[in-house]
Design a protein around this ligand. Structure first.
Ligand SMILES: *[C@@H]1O[C@H](CO)[C@@H](O)[C@H](O)[C@H]1NC(C)=O
Ligand SMILES: *[C@@H]1O[C@H](CO)[C@@H](O)[C@H](O)[C@H]1NC(C)=O
Ligand SMILES: *[C@@H]1O[C@H](CO)[C@@H](O)[C@H](O)[C@H]1NC(C)=O
Ligand SMILES: *[C@@H]1O[C@H](CO)[C@@H](O)[C@H](O)[C@H]1NC(C)=O
Length: 265
């Protein structure tokens, strides 16, 4: 505002050339601002690091090749490492073995969209660290990173008897076989079955596996890949990305409006 009024007085002896110059400067400042914003955002997006490396933990444990591949292809592995580095609440991960994956009906994983693969992996992650003894006191359904358990879309129930811990999704019943890793921020447990969420594998759409063309069409990505149309059906993982995309969109509109104002005077 201040700049505007001072420029108003200057403008009286301004030539058209000066106006053009001012307009260019304004546009440049807005665009430079946007570029700075974008750079800051990409600087905070998944940089695989931190003291804990989930891939390294799973590699060391052996027999988790399929899970490791999914952690990579969905980028959830990077999200896990970032969360472990940046949050205080920790994580619990249920890790199905390669045997668990290979005992799924053939084609199960291939029938999933990219978004469903992300949800499947996030369903195996709890947003707090739960020690083996704490399973006895959790209240059902527990919340996973795939989303809200209370509306019935991604419920996961824990039942215990002594040291035995079972997990039920409404589609499969699994047993925790082993503790793979445990520290103050991360607990990783071996499970004997892939935890198939009701939302994806439950009725009434068990046979309604999306057609390949359909699967290609909706292709959400958990990472930013430059400006594109914000998608409203994105998962939790990409919500932040979409927000920042619309913020950039707003910035562009604002810059355009500012340029228009300059010219119209
Ligand atoms: C995590 O571990 C994997 C497997 O050992 C390795 O390829 C990757 O570079 C590691 N990531 C980081 C950030 O150290
Ligand atoms: C890990 O967290 C620390 C403290 O918040 C931060 O300074 C560092 O850059 C983070 N490292 C990575 C690789 O995200
Ligand atoms: C866990 O599951 C196994 C096998 O399905 C079953 O035999 C056992 O009773 C269950 N235990 C609990 C605590 O639910
Ligand atoms: C999970 O537990 C809740 C609360 O006890 C119950 O209402 C629900 O039916 C259970 N779901 C499954 C799949 O076991």
């Amino acid at each position: 505002m201040h700049r505007r009024s001072s420029e108003q007085s200057i403008r009286q002896h301004n030539t058209a050339t000066m106006q053009r110059f001012g307009c260019a400067v304004t546009a440049f400042l807005f665009l430079a601002g946007l570029a700075g914003e974008t750079f800051a955002q990409s600087a905070t997006s998944p940089a695989p690091a931190g003291p804990t490396n989930i891939t390294a933990i799973m590699e060391k444990a052996g027999q988790y090749g399929t899970l490791i591949r999914l952690l990579k292809s969905t980028q959830v592995g990077d999200q896990i490492n970032n969360q472990l580095n940046n949050s205080n609440t920790g994580l619990t991960i249920f890790a199905p073995t390669d045997n668990a994956f290979s005992s799924l009906p053939s084609g199960t994983l291939n029938s999933l969209t990219d978004q469903q693969k992300v949800a499947l992996i996030q369903f195996h992650i709890l947003p707090t660290v739960i020690s083996a003894s704490q399973f006895q006191t959790v209240s059902n359904p527990v919340r996973t990173q795939a989303g809200d358990a209370s509306n019935g879309r991604y419920p996961l129930n824990v039942t215990t008897m002594g040291t035995q811990v079972n997990l039920s999704t409404g589609v499969v019943d699994a047993t925790i076989a082993n503790t793979i890793y445990s520290d103050s921020k991360l607990a990783v447990y071996q499970v004997d079955q892939v935890l198939l969420p009701l939302e994806i594998f439950g009725p009434p759409a068990p046979a309604a596996a999306p057609a390949p063309a359909e699967a290609k069409k909706q292709k959400p990505s958990p990472v930013a890949e430059g400006p594109s149309t914000p998608s409203t059906d994105a998962t939790d993982a990409s919500a932040g990305v979409n927000l920042s995309r619309s913020a950039s969109g707003g910035g562009v509109m604002f810059a355009a409006a500012a340029i228009w104002l300059w010219w119209s005077f």
